[in-house]
Ligand binder design. Structure first.
Ligand code: NAD
Length: 439
């Protein structure tokens, strides 16, 4: 609990104490990265100090105990979190993750990234994130359902279609969202479709949502290839993480003629320099849950995947994977960040010096929140769109934003991450200025 207490103090105490708390907080790479990125960009944009301080800290942070009965009959208490970083442009929005490493700092960092991402994509949202520290790989469906329902109940005061709208993230999915929607609705006494996004279709989900993030990632690979004048056909792609995001991106790029030469997950990786037959891979994952022991492929580690001779790398698992230690060994010329925060600032510098074209997380994986926004709009209107409509709108938003980021990157001579952050952060700062400081 100690690191979490630090952030709680940080969120609650006045300015001088915050700075002390800041100095003590050193153990979360993602949080440090998010702050470093924000500070650098706020400096470039010359944001006035008062507004900068308000943007640097989460608006609300909640830690909850989530007690559930395990299948064994024992009671176990998990720790859950929900952080709303900002609500200047609208209700906050962000995923819920179930993972052993989730803590308040990680959730706070991801909530901050969501704020910049929603602003970059011109969505009427602020950023939020949530999670429960648990190991979903070791839990039964029944345990996961009880965990989800109790977690939802514990954060129920914070969420709602006009307040804060959760969505799936690591190890959560449409079923998790169905349980969250049901729990919230039962407590309200009426069905509230818009309280979460990423729901099953039958419960107000949107066509195209399940694959929105992966589809967006695939569009970004296509755009990066266009900028570098590279043929998609035959392009060698390596993907870390073949869950929701990675598997969809892999399938769409495979359909475009790319060779998916390596994939990995929590069990390790597999590599075939001639390209993995994707339908076999997806079937293998369905049957065996993980990629290891895939026939016709060599076993590699997650670390080795990053060093392969390939054209594109898609980190689509967890944060902190490309660091000062391995960035120099990367041979790919394109990196598209499906995961949130996979690259540390030290690695960013090395990659930029090596002229690697990197599409940053807040742009690359924004397809998810974009279709989540479409889902929320459809739920509120109770009017549902065709898949074709969703995909067309998604492509317009993703490609349009890519071009805005690229134009700023070229104009200011900054990398794509800095340009994307500049666009997102500036929009929030402007909105704060217009709204003023309450009271
Ligand atoms: P998921 O749970 O469906 O899949 C995660 C994948 O990563 C799995 O293959 C898992 O085995 C692998 N993985 C987990 N820990 C690993 C480790 N230590 N080393 C290697 N592989 C590991 O999750 P997802 O929804 O596909 O999300 C993946 C990433 O994309 C996360 O960083 C998430 O925050 C980000 N993201 C997801 C969405 C979305 O809509 N799902 C949207 C934006 C960003």
């Amino acid at each position: 609990m100690s690191t979490n207490n630090v952030l709680c103090e940080t969120a609650l105490k006045p300015e001088p104490d915050r700075r002390n708390a800041d100095r003590r907080r050193t153990n979360n790479i993602l949080y440090e990265t998010a702050l470093k990125q924000f500070d650098a960009v706020a400096g470039i944009l010359n944001i006035e100090d008062g507004i900068r301080q308000r943007m640097r800290y989460p608006k609300r942070s909640l830690i909850v105990s989530v007690p559930i009965r395990l299948d064994s009959g024992q009671v176990k208490v998990f720790e859950g979190y929900r952080v709303q970083h900002d609500i200047t442009l609208g209700p906050s929005k962000g995923g819920v993750r179930y993972h052993p490493n989730v803590d308040l700092e990680e959730v706070a960092a991801l909530a901050m990234l969501m704020t910049w991402k929603c602003a970059l994509m011109h969505m009427p949202y602020g950023g939020a994130k949530g999670g429960v520290q648990c190991n979903p790989e070791e839990m039964s469906q029944g345990e996961l359902e009880r965990l989800t329902r109790r977690y939802t109940t514990e954060i129920v005061q914070m969420i709602g279609p006009d307040k804060d709208i959760p969505a799936p993230d690591l190890y959560t999915n449409t079923q998790t969202m169905a349980w969250m929607m049901d729990t919230y609705s039962m407590q309200q006494g009426n069905t509230v479709l818009g309280v979460v996004t990423g729901k099953p279709l039958l419960l107000g989900g949107s066509l195209g949502r399940a694959e929105g993030t992966g589809r967006g990632v695939a569009y970004m690979v296509m755009e990066a290839a266009r900028v570098l004048y590279k043929e998609l056909r035959g392009m060698r792609v390596a993907i870390q993480g073949v869950g929701n995001v990675g598997s969809v991106a892999a399938r769409l790029l495979y359909e475009q003629g790319c060779h998916i030469i390596a994939v990995s997950d929590v069990s390790g990786g597999v590599y075939n320099p001639k390209g993995i037959l994707l339908p076999y891979l997806l079937h293998h994952i369905k049957e065996h849950r993980h990629v290891n022991n895939l026939p016709d492929a060599d076993a590699i580690t997650n670390e080795e995947l990053y060093e392969l001779d390939c054209d594109v790398i898609i980190p689509a698992a967890i944060e902190g994977q490309i660091t000062g230690k391995n960035a120099d060994k990367i041979k790919a010329k394109i990196i598209v960040e499906g995961a949130n925060g996979p690259t540390t600032p030290e690695a960013d510098k090395i990659l930029s010096d090596k002229k690697v074209f990197l599409v940053p997380d807040i742009l690359a994986n924004a397809g998810g929140v974009t279709v989540s926004y479409f889902e929320w709009v459809q739920d509120i209107q109770c009017y549902f769109w065709s898949e074709e409509d969703v995909q067309k709108k998604l492509k317009d938003v993703m490609v349009g934003t890519f071009n805005r980021v690229l134009a700023l990157s070229n104009k200011k001579g900054v990398d794509m991450r800095t340009a994307a952050l500049m666009l997102g952060i500036e929009r929030v700062a402007e909105a704060k200025k217009l709204r003023g400081l309450y009271p």
